[in-house]
Design a protein around this ligand. Structure first.
Ligand code: NAP
Length: 519
């Protein structure tokens, strides 16, 4: 039997009972390690984090906690090679895709270390200016943000075992709130290893950082009114979290990042040969293949004027056909596997479901796997679908409702020169994490961005002048908001110091200005 990974709770490494759940290499098929949370005293784990970890963190200033984040960055950087090895083995990712997760996580942590420095030697934050409550200016109201006296429970998705950990833990720890992380079982190894390295380095006070790998049973039952829970995963599990009594009866604050049918839009009026078209094609091909399309922000719908449908279909197919798929350990391979057999089957089913209303423009099944056995490896070639004409786009509902979590996107034509038609189609996604817009007319780009802003957490606008500078449609930068309304879960993460809001309680202190000046 392979090694049973230990959980870290109550300031101690503790292995769960039983044989545990095996984690596999999705390309070679072999078992790697096992995880189990059975037999852990969850009540004690949460109490220890809340009382011991929380008190110790709150006793520190923002600047002191920021310095700890900075120290954690150095530790993680020193073990980077081990994280790459785990990621290749357990997530089936090529080097560039591992970087998105591992280096993206470390970068996010380092960004919060720097942001935290700017908050200085405070233990709470002022929110806006004091406001006069009466004619006499002596009595005023000042809003205060103080770290919640609870624990932050993170329930994460399988696709970002590193970034998903640090993008949540960085603002929580900086806020002074202890963290209990429950990674998705399939890829829990990398999260567990990173926590282990940081814990062993003795950077954070006891109870600040805990990790529970394995079953989620009983975790939500531990939550108390001042705790918070941040969930990333499917809409189905999100509904379970939202309806738990901790949330419905005890007002536990909850943040949900769920699935999302993101779009890329080519504005009307771009002529053949325009740089904007090339930029769109490049980005869509990249987004479809990075992490085998297992990114919550990946482009799923590509909206182009009807007269450019064939041109964009050909250009995209030409790019996608160059994508080598297979064993991520081989230098020439550009795309590894999806995360496990279950996801492999789910992607195939999703493809078949979309194909009932679309045509296949580029067939992923035609990609021969490099150094991988198709009977074992969970590799999926990139597939581009299309709805052919604008009335086809109106008639099909599946493309707007279905997130296939793999290297799959659909080309959706809209009526030429009719931006409103394109916007209507995008809005059928019912709220998404991100839309990207491509064009050359700055005014038209700004108008489209403002039209899309209410239904998207982020709008990524690409004109030729920023072609070499842009950070990518699907790359979540810690400086910008991550989350989306409606079907995307309604959550908000990152966005610089805005992220700290989730871990703080806002209160209005009404007092003499003499008192307020002491705050
Ligand atoms: P999932 O099946 O919903 O699982 C997510 C997490 O919830 C896992 O840690 C899982 O643990 C846990 N879980 C399952 N049942 C639970 C329950 N009853 N109570 C508490 N926790 C429970 O999602 P997934 O398949 O891992 O992730 C894929 C989905 O995540 C995609 O739809 C994708 O769009 C979405 N996603 C969204 C974002 C975003 O930022 N918006 C980012 C990444 C992914 P186990 O693994 O042990 O079952």
């Amino acid at each position: 039997m392979t090694e049973l990974l230990a959980n870290y709770v109550c300031g101690q490494w503790q292995t769960g009972t039983g044989a545990g759940t095996p984690l596999y290499d999705p390309v070679l098929g072999q078992e790697l390690v096992r995880v189990s949370s059975a037999g852990l005293d969850l009540a004690a784990a949460f109490q220890f984090a809340r009382d011991t970890g929380g008190a110790a963190l709150r006793a520190l200033t923002y600047a002191q906690r920021a310095a700890m984040l900075g120290a954690a960055v150095k530790v993680l950087q020193s073990h980077r090679d081990a994280y790459y090895d785990i990621s290749v083995a357990n997530s089936g990712t090529v080097k560039n895709d591992t970087a998105v997760d591992v280096d993206g996580g470390i970068y996010t942590l380092s960004t919060y270390a720097k942001l935290g420095e700017s908050l200085g030697d405070r233990r709470w934050l002022l929110d806006g200016e004091a406001a006069r409550l009466a004619k006499d200016p002596l009595f005023q109201s000042q809003h205060l943000l103080s770290p919640t006296r609870g624990v932050a429970l993170f329930i994460n998705a399988f696709n970002f075992p590193s970034w998903g950990l640090w993008e949540k833990a960085a603002p929580a720890l900086l806020s002074g709130v202890p963290v209990i992380i429950k990674p998705a079982t399939t890829t829990a190894w990398l999260t567990q290893r990173m926590v282990q390295d940081v814990v062993n380095a003795g950077i954070f006070p006891a109870g600040a950082l805990s990790v529970i790998c394995g079953s989620s049973a009983g975790l939500m039952d531990q939550l108390q009114p001042f705790d918070v829970v941040s969930f990333t995963g499917s809409a189905q599990t999100a509904a379970v979290i939202r309806s738990h009594p901790a949330v419905t009866q005890h007002s536990v604050r909850v943040n949900i990042e769920a699935d999302s049918v993101n779009s890329a839009l080519l504005l009307p009026g771009e002529a053949l040969g325009s740089e904007a078209i090339d930029l769109l094609v490049k980005e869509v091909a990249r987004e479809m293949t990075v992490k085998s399309g297992q990114k919550c922000t990946a482009i799923r719908r590509v909206l182009v004027p009807q007269s450019l449908y064939n041109h964009v279909a050909q250009a995209l197919s030409a790019r996608l056909s160059k994508t080598t798929v297979g064993n991520p350990r081989i230098e020439s391979v550009r795309m590894g596997s999806v995360v496990n057999r279950e996801q492999f089957v789910t992607v195939q089913q999703g493809l078949a479901y979309l194909q009932a209303q679309t045509e296949v423009l580029h067939d992923g099944a035609q990609h021969t796997l490099v150094d991988a056995d198709p009977a074992v490896a969970c590799c999926v070639g990139p597939t581009l679908l299309g709805t052919r004409n604008a009335s086809g786009s109106d008639a099909s509902d599946r493309v707007h409702d279905t997130e296939v979590f793999g290297p799959v996107a659909t080309l959706v034509p809209y009526r030429d020169q009719d931006l409103n038609h394109a916007l209507q189609l995008i809005r059928r996604g019912q709220g998404s994490l991100v839309a990207s817009v491509y064009g050359t007319d700055h005014g038209a780009l700004a108008r489209a961005a403002s039209e899309l802003a209410d239904s998207h957490g982020r709008v990524h606008v690409i004109s030729p002048d920023v072609a070499a500078l842009q950070t990518g449609h699907g790359n979540v930068m810690p400086q910008s908001l991550h989350g989306g309304p409606g079907r995307a879960g309604g959550g908000e993460e990152l966005g610089g110091l805005r992220a700290l809001g989730f871990y703080h309680r806002r209160s209005a202190v009404q007092a003499s200005t003499q008192v307020l000046s002491q705050l």
